[in-house]
Write a new protein. Structure first.
Length: 335
């Protein structure tokens, strides 16, 4: 009997708990639903891929960006938590109204600037309004403009955005034109670069996203996915790929030596290579054989003239014209 009464009392208490009102803070109303958060999370996962590619091309090194937690708070609380040394980029993104904030932690920003200036990607002395140079400020603006453009590319499946040139400030106190009571979405992105870790935040005000909130649900977001990249995106990717450095070497030939022969080598000794002087040399790109070439000289420098790709079927050295040397080699237009 006592067990039955206990179960009845537990069920009655559960009904009372379900009937209790849910606390609601009118100073911090929830502007974004769970569906909105999931859609924005999906968009910014794509932004991570775009940002990784953009930053990797800029600093000529591998940069990995990964989506972190998403927080809904007020702008005032967010600004109060900003560290004293930080890089903040602000930009208007038309046709949306208002400004979007891109905050980069100082260590990451200084490493990026150091690499862009030819350094190894080490943390630089703190930036201040009096010590920062025009070149450093210009580089920070260019990084901000590039990341805002990649952000617009990620949002293209929802709305076509056109970021305006950004403004760079070095303190949260310099951020103006936004209400402290504004509800914002703070999206954290974790960065790994130069064997170190960093982060940047994308801060989206609720008033800025209000016109597109009805489209931020899974059904509308994925109903008409982007089927292809725009010509501008393709051109940007091509331009970035063309700037990627590659290691190229020309192999003159090879020789096999025993350890005894190697130890007996002296200055003036001649090594006979296995390469026939009338046969083209192999050109390696990133340790992959890609072209045939003939050695030569251009001015005072050694040079190699590309004769064709390695897929071409070249004649053997004994098939060459004895008088003309390379007259029987096919003529190939270098791409």
């Amino acid at each position: 009997m006592s067990a039955t009464r206990s179960r009845a009392a537990t069920a009655k208490n559960a009904r009372r708990e379900r009937g209790k009102p849910i606390p609601y803070d009118f100073r911090r109303p929830d502007k974004f639903s769970k569906d909105h958060i999931r859609s924005i999370q999906s968009i910014h996962e794509a932004f991570d891929r775009f940002a990784s590619n953009y930053l990797s091309a800029q600093v000529r090194s591998a940069v990995h960006s990964e989506l972190g937690p998403i927080e809904q708070t007020t702008l005032g609380d967010y600004l109060d938590r900003l560290p004293p040394q930080v890089v903040v980029c602000l930009a208007e993104i038309e046709p949306l109204v208002g400004r979007v904030i891109l905050e980069i932690d100082f260590a990451t920003a200084s490493r990026l600037v150091d690499r862009l200036l030819g350094g190894a990607g080490e943390e630089r002395p703190p930036f201040t309004a009096t010590t920062i140079t025009e070149i450093e400020l210009l580089l920070l603006r260019e990084l901000g403009n590039g990341l805002f453009q990649e952000l617009a590319n990620a949002w293209e499946q929802v709305i076509r955005l056109h970021p305006q040139p950004c403004e760079v400030v070095l303190s949260g106190q310099q951020i103006q034109g936004l209400m402290p009571s504004e509800i914002v979405l703070v999206i954290r992105h974790e960065l790994r670069l130069f064997e170190s870790e960093g982060y940047f935040h994308v801060v989206l005000p609720s008033s800025t996203l209000e016109p597109v909130l009805p489209r931020l649900n899974a059904r509308v977001l994925f109903a008409n996915p982007r089927r292809g990249s725009s010509p501008q995106v393709i051109a940007d990717l091509q331009a970035q790929l063309e700037e990627v450095p590659l290691h190229l070497r020309v192999e003159l030939g090879r020789a096999r030596l025993t350890v005894e022969e190697l130890l007996r080598l002296e200055v003036g000794d001649v090594l006979v290579l296995d390469q026939d002087v009338s046969f083209p040399l192999l050109v390696f790109v990133e340790n992959e054989p890609c072209f045939y070439a003939f050695p030569g000289q251009r001015g005072r420098s050694l040079a190699a003239r590309i004769a064709g790709p390695v897929t071409e079927e070249w004649p053997r050295p004994d098939e060459l014209d004895q008088e003309g040397g390379t007259a029987l080699w096919p003529t190939v237009t270098t791409p």
